[in-house]
Design a protein around this ligand. Structure first.
Ligand SMILES: [Zn+2]
Ligand SMILES: [Zn+2]
Length: 275
């Protein structure tokens, strides 16, 4: 595989996981593949994904842990039920056609119990697997969600941007911080887009179509948890609690604080301003 494809892999993985990723060409075996891992853990101390050509039109993707991953495995055991749920949802978002297998476990309730954990998927293409498009497709289909799931379990911190410090202090400040974290978590973003697509839930604009691929990533993630209910902790569900919004609609939603305007409110505003 070519250097350009390594770049595709790094970009896709870093966007989806929020972690810095390292990539190496694997020249062992008959058909060479590419291995990738989280740079701060290196290849021996964390999860390693591998992509290899499979048959004439496919890729085989696998994920295992490095030989000295003990401390990361212990860290993963500290993951909250919510992190677990998000990690499983990320893997469950891989197309059924990829026939994902978690070794010796079911897809519904897998855990990373020890270093023998292994996940495998087969991605089929319309043409040969060595093109940029095929590699990119396999990344999006399988490698990114798998590695994003691992990032969620390991607990890569989501960097808070300046926007959150602009928020005024009020009673729901802690919950607002949680909402902001969820909205900025790249794994939540990935899952939201996989589940709901890239069209703004309020105005329907698709930035990827309107501005092209270079600016296509500007769709944002909005977290719907009503702050008024903060005394009643509710189970977080990325499928129902996250929605894609374009930057304008997202900004509009947060003009009301602490409880943002609903998507229906924004549609009403849009309807009124268009008259
Ligand atoms: Zn919009
Ligand atoms: Zn929001």
């Amino acid at each position: 595989m070519l250097a350009a494809q390594r770049e595709i892999i790094v970009r896709e993985l870093e966007d989806g996981t929020g972690a810095v990723v390292a990539v190496a060409l694997d020249t062992g075996g008959l058909r060479s593949g590419i291995r990738m891992w989280f740079d701060d853990l290196d290849e021996q101390h964390g999860p390693v994904a591998e992509i290899r050509p499979y048959g004439l039109r496919g890729h085989r993707v696998s994920l295992k842990f490095g030989r000295f991953a003990g401390s990361v495995l212990r860290q993963i055991q500290q993951a909250s039920p919510e992190d677990q749920q998000l990690a499983r949802a990320l893997v469950a978002s891989i197309s059924p056609a990829a026939a994902v297998i978690v070794k010796d476990q079911s897809l519904d309730d897998w855990t990373v119990a020890d270093g023998s954990f292994q996940m495998v998927a087969i991605i089929k293409h319309d043409g040969p697997p060595d093109t940029d498009d095929a590699v990119s497709h396999t990344c999006r289909q399988a490698i990114v969600p798998m590695m994003a799931a691992m990032a969620e379990l390991i607990g890569y911190d989501v960097v808070e941007s300046e926007m959150s410090s602009e928020q005024p202090e009020f009673e729901g400040a802690i919950t607002t911080a949680v909402v902001n974290r969820r909205e900025r978590n790249p794994r939540n973003r990935l899952l939201c887009i996989r589940l709901h697509g890239e069209a703004c839930a309020a105005c329907g604009v698709q930035p990827r179509l309107r501005y092209g691929a270079d600016a296509g990533g500007i769709i944002e993630v909005h977290h719907l948890e009503p702050l008024a209910n903060l005394s009643e902790p509710k189970r977080y569900d990325p499928a129902t609690d996250l929605l894609p919004l374009c930057p304008s609609c997202h900004r509009a939603a947060h003009t009301r604080r602490p409880i943002p305007w609903t998507v229906e409110d924004i549609r009403r505003m849009l309807g009124a301003s268009n008259d």
